[in-house]
Design a binder for this molecule. Sequence first.
Ligand SMILES: C[S@@+](CC[C@H](N)C(=O)[O-])C[C@H]1O[C@@H](n2cnc3c(N)ncnc32)[C@H](O)[C@@H]1O
Length: 254
Amino acid sequence: MSSGSAMSAEDFDEWYSNMRGSVAHDDIHQRRLGLPPRLLSTSLLTWDGIAEVVEALRLAPGHRLLDLACGRGGTGLEIASRTGARLTGVDFAQSAIDQARTLAGQFSSVDAEFRLGDLAATALPPGSVDAVVCVDAIQFQATAESFGEMRRVLRPGGRVALTTWEAVDRADERVPARIRAVDTEAGLAAAGFADVVVRERPQWRAAERAMWEEAAALDPGVDPALRSLHEEGLHVLSVFDLMRRVLATATATG
Ligand SMILES: C[S@@+](CC[C@H](N)C(=O)[O-])C[C@H]1O[C@@H](n2cnc3c(N)ncnc32)[C@H](O)[C@@H]1O
């Protein structure tokens, strides 16, 4: 899901439905990224990467965290359980929201809600959250509207942390168009954020590459989730070094 052609909510819904119950898919993903069994995600954020995101968000107990494009919810639930934040997860795929609501039962200490919504239209009130995290999803809609929605829902002083990929060279047409469209620094600055910092995270990429290599080498059989992982692995590895991994952080101004 980090590259390839345009994906609709229906495409993601089918992708998540296929994943439900694919133990083999989750095993590869969690083993390679160092995630515990309860942490169901579809991002490429490693266990060590989660710690960096937690630090960047500066959450305190009782704060409201928005996990934008939350998928199956594991990343946001893990961050909320570490910080004592209350969690709102938003995604446009119904199957992801259903799985996130089920997963929340395994994070009993977390006050969590999950709802359908778009990256650019969450339906949350203005200034209603203390932090926004968006893990490996902005590349699906890296528009002024998406960055603007993050700014709109954050209270002044609130923090945003995004993980994604950017093209090493945006003019390189071998890089998928959606990745070439990502410019987190410009997007966050144009939305009115201050303290915009975009850091490359090459150290996250070893686990990511190993996961795709395992996926590309396996015989996926008839499991649709494994087939999808296998095909994505073949594609991602062909453009892997043309992309850089980034963690972008910023502060909402008053
Ligand atoms: C690679 S997954 C990452 C999910 C999650 N952040 C995680 O850490 O597991 C990308 C997610 O973006 C969501 N997504 C893509 N475009 C979206 C949009 N326009 N509005 C809301 N969610 C979107 C997909 O449904 C999917 O759950």
